[in-house]
Design a protein around this ligand. Sequence first.
Ligand SMILES: NC(=O)C1=CN([C@@H]2O[C@H](COP(=O)(O)OP(=O)(O)OC[C@H]3O[C@@H](n4cnc5c(N)ncnc54)[C@H](O)[C@@H]3O)[C@@H](O)[C@H]2O)[C@@H](O)CC1
Ligand SMILES: Nc1ncnc2c1ncn2[C@@H]1O[C@H](COP(=O)(O)OP(=O)(O)O)[C@@H](O)[C@H]1O
Ligand SMILES: [K+]
Length: 500
Amino acid sequence: MKILNAKELAEVDAFTMNSQSLSDWELMERASSRAFLEILKKINPEKDFVYIFCGTSNNGGDGLALARMLNQKQVKIRVFEVAYSSSTSKAYQKNIKFLKENRIQINTVQNQNEIPDLNPATCIIDAIFGVGLNRRMPGFIQELVKKINLTEAFKISIDVPSGMYLEQSIETDEEFVISDLCLTFQLPKLPFLLPETGHYVENFKLIDIGLSEEKIKQTKTPYNYITTSDVSSILKKRAKFSHKGSFGNALLIGGYEGMWGSVIMTTQACLRSGAGKVYTHLDKTGRLVLAQHALESIYIQNCPKALKSNPNWNAIGVGMGLGLSNNAVQLMEEVLAHQPKRLLLDADAINLLSKQKNWLKLLPKNSVLTPHIGELKRLVGEWDNDFDKLNKAKQFCKTYQVVLIIKGAHTCICDGTNFYFNSSGNPGLAKAGSGDVLAGVITALLAQNYKVLEACQLGVYLHGVAADLALESFSEHSLIATDVISYLGKAFQLLESKID
Ligand SMILES: NC(=O)C1=CN([C@@H]2O[C@H](COP(=O)(O)OP(=O)(O)OC[C@H]3O[C@@H](n4cnc5c(N)ncnc54)[C@H](O)[C@@H]3O)[C@@H](O)[C@H]2O)[C@@H](O)CC1
Ligand SMILES: Nc1ncnc2c1ncn2[C@@H]1O[C@H](COP(=O)(O)OP(=O)(O)O)[C@@H](O)[C@H]1O
Ligand SMILES: [K+]
């Protein structure tokens, strides 16, 4: 699924209206009536008192249409026109006319003194600014938003929380609506997926308004959102006459300094993700634990020898619990000298790279690095804001011709040109060990010869889906990394059921 900016969205809107012979009012009506159905699920039409704040552009037009629909349902409402401009669109004027015909009072707020008492409201609909916000909101709207945020009312933002920009960060002294629910039209918006702003839009729902799929497909954007339909087309069927050699040899290297568990979980996840043969090198003190927990894997005692004697590892995953000792440094040197076809670097492998930046240019092309935010900072340096972080990540990928998987909520994959944000997963994953599992899933897919970027998208998505499915039996509090491994089978089943 694509993530578009305001200009691209406006082009898609225009194309849709043209190709479906719709007026802007009709498209607005479609959008509002679908949002209305979602709002009805959240309010009590008999009891709630809904305040609707409408700007003077199309987002405000949606708000006016919602006011009419709520009024028709006999919901108690108050409508406020937040008049930041005197020029309004035709669709907007038509909605104003309908409200007037229905004798619905429209209150105007155009300065701080006109901000109403919000105490009576049990629900607030925020339709002040949508995707079109491109500069700081006027002072009186900042004050209004501050007040909205202070109320106990259930807050619903239409399309985008007012005050949030699609392509730039918000200054610390700027306000934006912190809503309980954001009903966003058709496609996700970039700030919802970035931690600084996404933290305040935890609950967004995509409302399909039938925008032209053809035009969306044609629109070029670096930003993408990984959904089931994107990855189910990547997953390959296992051929009837295949054998273990058809699915690659994966070598996993880590598990030192008492951190055996780390690489053993990677091994388990790799085994559960389709690799033909999984070999594991860890500190020899951990070999019996490996044997107990991953009977199907093959223990490699002498890693340098294994690297030298086999030039054909289909994929190598290194770093999970590797430590930073001299031994770890030597192992990394061996791996880099080996120049594997497919290489994934996690955890301490990334930390070692950050300490020894001259190694970066030795990385085989298309190596995959899976840093969490702390590890990313060590690699690319500090950033000013999330947009700056994306730029730095992109530059890093370009310079070293690698793929970065920036882990966290809505994990972001960057290949130096495009960004892919994950849609699956939950905060139950925010525990040590989850990343080791992800490394195992992706190494298995790399060993099976999936294209690097596809292995990353598929792996990240499956890992999140496994964690989501595991919530059937566990809670976000109780979920642990091995539970995620035990649900990988169900996650694969879900995608396999979608293969034609
Ligand atoms: N036909 C369409 O295009 C549809 C639009 N829809 C709604 O329309 C919204 C987009 O409409 P608009 O493009 O009118 O955008 P907005 O409703 O977000 O308003 C932006 C307008 O305000 C101006 N503006 C931006 N920042 C300002 C500031 N700080 N102070 C004062 N004025 C400022 C802009 O120049 C622009 O005219 C969507 O978010 C969605 O809610 C939906 O109804 C779906 C259909
Ligand atoms: N709040 C969250 N929501 C969704 N996924 C998360 C969240 N926090 C962490 N994760 C996922 O959990 C994993 C954590 O990886 P990492 O921090 O490297 O753990 P470790 O190395 O200790 O195993 C990553 O895949 C990350 O995307
Ligand atoms: K809004």
